[in-house]
Ligand binder design. Structure first.
Ligand code: ZN
Length: 675
């Protein structure tokens, strides 16, 4: 057990900001700090830390606690292990009240592996700096490659001499458990004898976020075709490759500060760039990025710049895992190093300043780059191109619209230019992928409106076209929200040469009592005010509106961009002969039109697409009006039933007027007229 004295010391030194800050990037918000919750996946921060109360709470998943419970939960440690973890962090000596003889055996594997790795790291560093072989072979090799002693010390680089069991003997004589030494990848067993796993190699320790060694990368010194260039620690409790980026421990503050993370392939790239003073750099080890690694980067910055060799393999490696980066809302740029160099050699060749300039001026957008490469490969092959169009549309669809709507639109515009396809057709294709994904997600997320609608739509398609069905179909203010969505999605577009779509909608729907939903009404009022002041209704205004009712409506409209509208439009077209909506443009026929022999079809298609925004806007406005007219008709009908003879004439005139409006609107929509 840990002594009461140690516990007291730990508790007096503990600082929730410091502890949590090891794992979560926190930003000040008033008296509290805010960050992305490490316990659940989220895209907008709801994880709050109160330094005054010494607690944290996540408003997303509900987890809360203090520094100790945070470490227990996050690092999966016991209470005692957590106290030790914190004690180590604050350099507090841990006094144990009773020293159990079984201690070494009982220790958690994790802690044992950490201790073993620490021992190994010191052993290899000692071999590098304090032995003749270290000086003659390893140090000369490293200095030839331009590494300074300082940087090698910082990264705790070491050397494994070309001897069969120098490490194994030392470790076993110090009573380290051979099984764990094998698990740590440091020794191997053959015929009951233990041998060193790393021989004649430079040893790069790999650190976790608190700076402890969790594994090694061992690079061969002499070219030898029989053994691999690198040997890495095998997967164990501590070393989980998919969660590790080399250099994070040394880079994290710099990434935070620069708000950009450089990703390179190898350990030596990281060390060289750090030596040149470029400290915001980590390495993937050349494998495809995993979601865990991307989230690790995202803790510090959303801007990822991949710096890889310009050869084909480098390009392939760099673009793998890209879709995931988009899903994580990372902005990804690519810099290719020319002339068969890698970042390590290139920074040494150019020097730090020129290298930084090179990176700054050669950043390419990774999606657009991918398109260029693929277009070069596909040449004139129409099938390949169609496949490419679809693949790129799917990639773009993965950009999170709620966070990055403008980015998605930029991509659509630029990609459709590069691919030379029509922008609106391409937009539809992207939307199709979004819709497919949303309808998958919909099964997970309860979305009442969609449900209500689905039931009503079923009734409608069963052939029941009565007014009641119609009214039901329009329950829950679906088309009020649809108008809001139209405004959000298209409000900033031109309606005609003079006015914006927003202006058209506002003029067409001037009365407040057209809206039952008070939030939609607020939303409309906001549009009116903006337009009165000649301000363009940018979506950001709504997404980040101080009134959370408005901002959450905006988010929900963009997050579920089509499930409401496509559902009811599709069903309506089925039941009422409504225009074939643009949402139904199917993908196969779209791709078919891209083939050269279908040029005429393609032109027709493009013409067909031209006016869809206005059509869509107009029909949404008219549906809303029609619903209101129908409501008024029903109300008027009820009034007539109770009316005195003196009142009936006026009510009847109203009825005639409303009926005429109903017919006109129904005609405009193209719906069947319901008596
Ligand atoms: Zn949470």
């Amino acid at each position: 057990m840990i002594s009461q004295n140690t516990i007291q010391q730990v508790l007096s030194r503990i600082d929730v900001l410091d502890i949590v800050g090891n794992f979560v990037k926190l930003k000040r918000r008033g008296a509290n700090y805010l960050g992305l919750c490490p316990f659940h996946h989220e895209k907008t921060p709801s994880f709050t830390v109160s330094p005054v109360k010494e607690i944290f709470k996540c408003f997303g998943c509900g987890k809360s606690g203090n520094s100790i419970s945070f470490i227990m939960e996050h690092e999966k440690l016991s209470y005692v292990e957590t106290l030790k973890w914190i004690a180590r962090r604050y350099n507090i000596d841990v006094e144990e009240t009773e020293l159990s003889p079984e201690k070494k055996l009982v220790q958690q594997t994790n802690e044992s592996l950490l201790i073993i790795n620490h021992f190994a790291q010191e052993f290899y560093a000692n071999q590098l700096w304090e032995t003749d072989d270290g000086t003659e072979i390893a140090q000369s090799y490293l200095s030839e490659r331009g590494f300074s002693d300082d940087i090698l010390h910082k990264f705790q680089v070491g050397f494994a001499p070309d001897k069969k069991d120098v490490f194994a003997k030392e470790a076993i004589s110090k009573k380290y458990n051979p099984e764990l030494l094998i698990k740590a990848g440091l020794i191997v067993e053959r015929n009951g004898q233990y041998f060193d796993n790393y021989r004649d190699r430079i040893i790069f320790p790999i650190h976790n976020n608190s700076g402890r060694v969790i594994g090694f990368g061992a690079r061969q010194i002499k070219k030898n075709d029989k053994s691999p260039k690198y040997i890495n620690t095998p997967e164990n409790e501590l070393y989980v490759k998919s969660k590790i980026l080399y250099g994070t421990y040394f880079a994290r503050h710099a990434i935070d500060k620069a708000d950009e993370c450089f990703l390179v392939e190898g350990y030596t790239d990281v060390v060289s760039l750090q030596q040149a003073g470029i400290e915001n750099v980590v390495a993937s080890g050349g494998t495809a990025l995993t979601q865990d690694q991307l989230r690790l980067i995202k803790k510090y910055s959303r801007n990822l710049t991949i710096i890889y060799d310009g050869d084909a393999a480098g390009i392939k490696a760099a673009t793998r895992g890209l879709d995931m980066a988009l899903e994580e809302s990372l902005s990804v740029k690519l810099v290719l190093i020319p002339d068969n160099e890698d970042p390590d050699s290139y920074v040494k060749k150019l020097g730090a300043v020129a290298f930084k300039n090179f990176v700054q001026h050669n950043k390419k957008d990774v999606i657009l780059f991918q398109i260029e490469v693929a277009l070069n490969e596909s040449g004139d092959d129409a099938n390949k191109k169609a496949g490419l169009v679809s693949q790129i549309a799917e990639t773009i669809s993965k950009i999170d619209k709620t966070e990055d709507f403008t980015r998605q639109q930029d991509y659509i515009r630029q990609a459709s230019q590069l691919l030379s396809v029509d922008e609106s057709g391409f937009t539809n294709l992207v939307n199709k992928f979004i819709r497919n994904r949303i309808s998958l997600e919909e099964k997970k997320i309860p979305f009442d409106e969609a449900k209500v609608h689905e039931e009503n739509a079923k009734k409608a398609s069963a052939g029941d076209y009565s007014d009641q069905t119609f009214a039901l179909l329009f329950k829950d203010e679906l088309q009020e929200k649809e108008v809001a969505r139209i405004l959000l999605e298209h409000g900033n577009k031109k309606w005609d040469v003079e006015k914006l779509v927003a202006d058209y909608v506002i003029t067409e729907l001037p009365e407040d009592d057209l809206f039952d939903n008070q939030v939609v009404l607020k939303f409309i009022e906001e549009f009116r005010q903006l337009r009165n002041n000649q301000i363009n209704p940018d979506r950001n205004i709504f997404l980040y509106h101080p009134d959370t009712a408005i901002s959450s409506l905006a988010v929900s409209l963009l997050y579920f961009p089509y499930e409401v509208s496509s559902h009811w439009k599709k069903e309506l077209s089925h039941s009422t002969g409504f225009q074939k909506s643009l949402f139904e443009q199917d993908y196969e026929s779209f791709i078919e039109t891209l083939k050269p022999e279908n040029e005429e079809k393609l032109l027709n298609y493009l013409n067909m697409q031209k006016d869809t925004t206005n059509e869509e806007v107009e029909s949404s406005v008219n549906y809303l009006k029609l619903r209101k007219v129908k409501k008024m008709l029903m109300q008027n009908q009820a009034d007539m039933e109770k009316a005195s003879p003196a009142e009936i004439e006026n009510l009847f005139l109203t009825h005639v007027h409303l009926k005429k409006l109903e017919v006109d609107l129904s005609k405009k929509i193209g719906s069947v007229v319901i008596r």
